[in-house]
Design a protein around this ligand. Structure first.
Ligand SMILES: CCCCCCCCCC/C=C\CCCC(=O)SCCNC(=O)CCNC(=O)[C@H](O)C(C)(C)COP(=O)(O)OP(=O)(O)OC[C@H]1O[C@@H](n2cnc3c(N)ncnc32)[C@H](O)[C@@H]1OP(=O)(O)O
Ligand SMILES: Cc1cc2nc3c(=O)[nH]c(=O)nc-3n(C[C@H](O)[C@H](O)[C@H](O)COP(=O)(O)OP(=O)(O)OC[C@H]3O[C@@H](n4cnc5c(N)ncnc54)[C@H](O)[C@@H]3O)c2cc1C
Length: 664
């Protein structure tokens, strides 16, 4: 029935103030106001319609994206939206596009690695979109191994230029989003060569296309790399291939904050660490963590609402059947994901703070926290994107058969999201970076250098190697100190075990390769500890609103105990908890699911997603699923005609043949 809220009774069961929870989710009252206003603006604009994406051809899809991005830019300028509002608008338009890379990587790369003069020259053009840029680092032959990039930038002292060249097929730039068909400029990464000497990989601004007719400039070959996973999905993006044939650019187009090349061709290293060349990746990894909570919460919102609508079995005396959300198995799959969405939100907030802090320190030439910022952004990007990709797929299964329909919104969400496990650093490669950081931390423990920040707990390693979990009753697992100690002990013991095993190898690098699978597990344990501890820290804040803090406490405990249950092997093997304590944790978890159950719908309402943004018949706010699913099916282009195209050519002759055979 139109206009009826089928989930009203669910909403009436909520034991907390949903409006206040919306503020917590958004980060502040101001952020909620902006987000709410902009999401409604996008939802009410027919130009941002997105329900037809899966039936468009690649060319139509791409042109449609160009139209939407142009319309979005028009609205941003007409309404004079602030940077924050404009970024929310792009978010709610919900279509991967070249603008993600322009605003998300090209501009940050210039900001982070350019000199003052370079910022003055390039940023105004980029901010007004008078140039459109992308981030061209990855090549056909190398993505993870940035030091293995082959594109060269050779300094020519005669003309005061760099000659950008792709010496091999594998040196072709491959993957950059926005490169294939749109970008006029790129920040490219190439090996700096002066007088035959290789100074490693640096960033350069290169114009790719003419500002008059958009044709590639001389010496440049550029195009799209082809269709990607899923229909619609990430195919709105023109991931590209790019080759240079001795393309000349002025010397002042090398990004020179980290290192400079003088007019005489002298290489000068600033007093900033070389790793700042990788700075844009640190920035984007941090935004990807925040984005993980958005993608996961969206899938969870769909699966939770649908689980309350869907009924199967359990009818007594002709009464209504059981809502599938009431099955404990459904709860044990769904509620940890709901809790993870909140956990990732808060760790994302914290990571943003860490990133801002490290940026301010870098400006004051304090580089001391850079290794930690790198390890945290790399590790949390890996942890949250892997969990989110798996979580979206789990939500699809939680919705049964209907979850497989594009109209559920889940297949497209999954297809758009999964590359996050690969881009901006393959998740395993990133965990190995965390592992290196942990091994370094452990190796320095006796040296008097006290571990700080997220590894401060390693400073109590002696105590953590000995401690015994104090849990005697299931309720003891609700104490934050108990949870923290278990996670700290597990992480410390796994890292120390790896460090000890490494000493069995004469060559530490060989040892690192041999033990890399164990090392990634230690890295995961450390990153999970960060997420759990930041959730617990969040709960120490003053959180207003009836019942809001209590709900968050339930979610925090679900998150931690679910992880404990999932990684029981780690906790038992390292002797952090006993089998009896593991079973008490499980009892507590079941009880927490029961406490979360009446609040589940309200907890996903707190994400404040419009039906337009969710793009899911199953996740509709009003729960009016069946009539809309039915309606949606008839909109499929296959149903445009009752008898399909191809009947005369293929079906009819086959049927006739069968008839003839039968008569014989
Ligand atoms: C809310 C809305 C948000 C929306 C968000 C949207 C944003 C837009 C998203 C758009 C979508 C897709 C974009 C995708 C873009 C890309 O994929 S760009 C390409 C990304 N590529 C990678 O990530 C490559 C991964 N590889 C690397 O990062 C490095 O090569 C690697 C770190 C793996 C290894 O580098 P090496 O140089 O070989 O380093 P090591 O020898 O291992 O280490 C040397 C030391 O440097 C330290 N290090 C390494 N990286 C960093 C860093 N980034 N920052 C600081 N420090 C770093 C490392 O720890 C070593 O330190 P040590 O010597 O041990 O002290
Ligand atoms: C949708 C999408 C958008 C992208 N956008 C951009 C962009 O805008 N700009 C850009 O420059 N790039 C972009 N990329 C490229 C992306 O950053 C790389 O694909 C990514 O960094 C992974 O590198 P790779 O492809 O070389 O993977 P590989 O490193 O070749 O990975 C292959 C396998 O090898 C494993 N492996 C690799 N090294 C190690 C190791 N040391 N130890 C153990 N295992 C290892 C990996 O775990 C993986 O299983 C994009 C990629 C995708 C999919």
């Amino acid at each position: 029935m139109e206009g009826v809220d089928h989930l009203a009774s669910e909403r009436s069961r909520a034991q907390f103030d949903v409006e206040e929870m919306k503020v917590v989710w958004a980060g502040s009252r101001h952020a909620l106001e902006v987000s709410d206003r902009i999401s409604r603006l996008v939802a009410s604009d027919p130009a941002f319609r997105k329900d037809n994406r899966t039936s468009l051809s690649r060319k139509e899809l791409f042109k449609n994206t160009l139209r939407k991005t142009a319309h979005a830019w028009k609205r941003i300028t007409e309404l004079r939206l602030s940077e924050e509002e404009a970024s929310r608008l792009r978010f709610y338009v919900d279509e991967p596009a070249f603008t993600d890379l322009h605003w998300g990587m090209f501009i940050p790369a210039i900001k982070g690695q350019g000199t003052e003069e370079q910022l003055q020259k390039w940023l105004p053009l980029a901010y007004k979109m008078q140039i459109i840029g992308c981030y061209a680092q990855t090549e056909l032959g190398h993505g993870s191994n940035v030091q293995g990039l082959e594109t060269t930038a050779t300094f020519d002292p005669q003309t005061d230029e760099f000659i950008i060249h792709s010496p091999t097929l594998t040196s072709s730039k491959w993957w950059p989003g926005g490169l294939g068909k749109v970008s006029t400029h790129a920040v490219i990464y190439a090996r700096l060569i002066i007088d035959g000497k290789d100074y490693g990989v640096n960033g350069f601004i290169v114009q790719l296309r003419s500002m008059d007719d958009h044709l590639p400039l001389p010496g440049i070959t550029v195009g799209d790399i082809g269709m990607k996973f899923g229909s619609g999905a990430y195919n709105t993006m023109d991931n590209g291939v790019l080759r240079f044939d001795h393309v000349r650019i002025p010397r002042d187009q090398m990004l020179m904050r980290v290192s400079q090349v003088t007019r005489e061709g002298k290489f000068v290293q600033s007093n900033v660490p070389r790793q700042l060349v990788y700075g844009t990746m640190v920035y984007v990894r941090q935004t990807i963590v925040a984005d993980a909570s958005c993608a996961l919460s969206r899938a969870v919102c769909i699966a939770t609402r649908y689980s309350a609508v869907r009924r199967q079995f359990g009818s007594q005396n002709g009464g209504v059947e059981t809502q599938v959300i009431d099955y404990k198995t459904q709860q044990s799959r769904l509620f940890p994901l709901l809790a993870s969405a909140y956990a990732f939100r808060f760790v994302g907030e914290w990571l943003k703070w860490l990133y801002t802090d490290v940026t301010q320190r870098l400006q004051a030439n304090d580089f001391s926290t850079l290794p930690e910022a790198h390890a945290c952004t790399a590790g949390l990007k890996s942890l949250t994107t892997s969990a989110t990709a798996d979580g979206i797929e789990e939500c699809r299964k939680l919705c049964g058969g209907h979850g497989y329909l594009c109209s559920s919104g889940l297949p497209e969400l999954f297809a758009v999201y999964v590359p996050a496990c690969t881009y901006e650093g393959d998740n395993i490669v990133l965990l190995l970076q965390v592992a290196r950081f942990l091994m370094k931390t452990v190796s320095q423990l006796g040296s008097g250098k006290k571990p700080v920040g997220t590894t401060a707990y390693m400073g109590r390693v002696d105590q953590l190697m000995q401690c015994h979990c104090a849990v005697q009753r299931a309720e003891d697992w609700l104490k934050p100190s108990v949870i923290l100690e278990a996670f700290e002990a597990r992480s410390a013991r796994m890292s120390v075990a790896c460090a000890q095993n490494l000493t069995n190898f004469a060559n530490p690098e060989e040892g690192f390769l041999e033990l890399s699978a164990d090392l990634t597990e230690a890295a995961v344990a450390h990153c999970q500890l960060i997420v759990v501890s930041k959730f617990i820290e969040k709960l120490k804040q003053d959180i207003p609103g009836k019942g809001v803090k209590e709900q968050l406490e339930i979610l925090c405990n679900i998150y931690a105990l679910f992880l404990l249950h999932k990684h029981l092997g780690d906790f038992l093997k390292t002797g952090c908890i006993s089998p009896k304590q593991a079973s008490l944790a499980n009892d507590q978890l079941r009880s927490l699911y029961s406490q979360a159950r009446p609040n589940a719908i309200a907890l996903v309402d707190a994400f404040d997603y419009t039906d337009h943004f969710l793009g899911s018949v199953l996740g509709r706010y009003d729960g009016n699923v069946y009539p809309k699913l039915y309606e949606e099916a008839w909109k499929d282009p296959l149903n445009d005609s009752v008898v399909p195209d191809g009947y005369q050519e293929y079906i009819r002759p086959m049927l006739k043949q069968q008839l003839r055979n039968a008569r014989l």
